[in-house]
Design a protein around this ligand. Structure first.
Ligand code: FAD
Length: 408
């Protein structure tokens, strides 16, 4: 009878747990600085929140609408340019292999907003990032979708929209040799002389690995709730915010826009995608996704389609197939369950646990992890990566429009 699998031991500078946008961007950033960093993923890359994101690289507008462009959210205004630099190959990680779906997101506001928006957007931080469009400046196909007699104001926002699957493919491809598939249950921190000295992980077929390293980074999204119990300081509090996302599939133009209703959270946010068969899909977020949780899913999807049909008289939605996806945001816990206005990081000894709050914040989070390493005196050793060729590499997961099979 075969005995227990032998335990391998390897050395690295950093071990990252969780391969969503945060883990993958941090891995790429640290490796570009000369750190020997590896990433362990317990499922498929991105199959937490990242692949379910709309891909909007927010630039602070949402916070400005709330009148809450506070210190942490001010950092968001720098994110669109930071992402563009990577998408154009000007900064690491090189994301020239990823697709930009749209250079801008648009904001459509009813007449009721009047001059209020001009006031909210007057913040110095947003100058040059929001432009009010005259009727003839509204680009097709948005102009056609809004219809000829529409009474609204349209703004162009400096918020690019990225194709998230291609971003993950790009990061995973460039860092293939640093990726390892693991099972989540057996993960333990290693200690030496009372300090964190690495992490023990187990592969899908039971093989065990001891990673001796200077820093462990926990960025497992909702998985951080369980991993957080390993923190030397005790569990880091997490909150889940459930969303019910609706998808429409059919003959749809490519639109990337928020619609403002009476409140400051966009009533609905539309992004446009293609499924694996090349069909057009609209993915709907905004307040709509927070409102449908107590409704029967298909009734919610139909109500969303009907609400959209009144906003977009120029598009026929009657023949679209509908689908619903329930998903949770995992964030650092806030008073009264409010949305955090920036990334949440907890540091204890040689462990950092973090939630980015937004996909857009991934570059900032990677820099904050690097700053923590520098603060702890962990310098890039420029040592080779441990040889993990015998380990299975995790694959990139699928986006919602290919994940969901129940279309109506
Ligand atoms: C519906 C929706 C739409 C969104 N839209 C946007 C948007 O347009 N723009 C924006 O900026 N943000 C958006 N967000 C927020 C954004 O998706 C998240 O902030 C971001 O993707 C979180 O990334 P992450 O890498 O921290 O976590 P995740 O993407 O959740 O990844 C965590 C990874 O860790 C793995 N894992 C879990 N447990 C373990 C373990 N024990 N060991 C190893 N691995 C583990 C998981 O399998 C997963 O791959 C959206 C979120 C949702 C839910």
């Amino acid at each position: 009878m075969a005995g227990p699998a032998p335990i391998e031991q390897v050395r690295a500078d950093v071990a990252i747990l969780g391969g969503g946008i945060c883990g993958l961007w941090t891995l790429a950033h640290l490796r570009a600085q000369g750190y020997a960093a590896i990433l362990c993923e317990s499922g498929e890359l991105g199959m937490g929140q990242t692949l379910r994101a709309q891909g909007i690289i927010h630039g602070g507008l949402k916070y400005a609408l709330d009148g809450a462009l506070g210190a942490a959210s001010q950092a968001l205004t720098a994110m669109p340019a930071r992402w563009r630099a990577s998408l154009q190959g000007e900064r690491a990680p090189d994301l020239r292999g990823a697709r930009l779906l749209s250079p801008h997101q648009y904001l459509v506001a009813g007449q009721g907003w009047g001059s209020r928006l001009a006031g909210l957007f007057a913040s110095k931080l947003l100058q040059g990032r929001v432009a009010a469009l005259d009727a003839e400046q509204i680009p097709e196909p948005l102009a056609a979708a809004l219809g000829p007699s529409a009474r609204h104001a349209v703004y162009q926002l400096e918020e690019p929209v990225v194709d998230v699957p291609s971003v993950l493919e790009s990061l995973a491809h460039a860092n293939q040799e640093a990726l390892m598939a693991i099972t989540p249950e057996a993960t333990r921190l290693r200690y030496a002389a009372g300090h964190v000295a690495g992490v023990d992980v187990q592969g899908p077929s039971g093989q065990r690995l001891e990673v001796l390293c200077e820093q462990v980074v926990l960025c497992a999204g909702a998985g951080n709730e369980a991993l957080g119990r390993l923190m030397p300081t005790g569990a880091a509090p997490m909150q889940r915010r459930p969303l019910r996302m609706v998808m429409l599939r059919g003959a749809l133009p490519d639109l990337y826009a928020h619609w403002l209703g009476a409140g400051t959270t966009p009533r609905v946010t539309v992004t446009s995608h293609r499924d694996s068969a090349g069909r057009a899909v609209w993915y709907l977020g905004g307040a709509l996704a927070e409102a449908g949780l107590d409704r029967e899913p298909l009734a919610h999807a139909r109500a969303a389609r009907d609400a959209l049909a009144t906003l977009l008289p120029g598009v026929d939605l009657s023949a679209c197939a509908l689908a619903v996806l329930d998903v949770e945001r995992a964030e650092g816990r806030q008073a009264a369950g409010l949305r955090p206005d920036g990334p949440v990081l907890h540091h204890a000894d040689g462990v950092t646990l973090l939630w980015p709050t937004k996909l857009a914040f991934a570059p900032l989070v990677a820099e904050q992890v690097a700053a923590r390493l520098a603060q702890r005196g962990v310098r890039p050793g420029h040592q080779p990566l441990p040889d993990t060729r015998r380990w299975r590499r995790p694959a990139v997961g699928v986006p919602p429009w290919d994940e969901v099979t129940a279309w109506h």
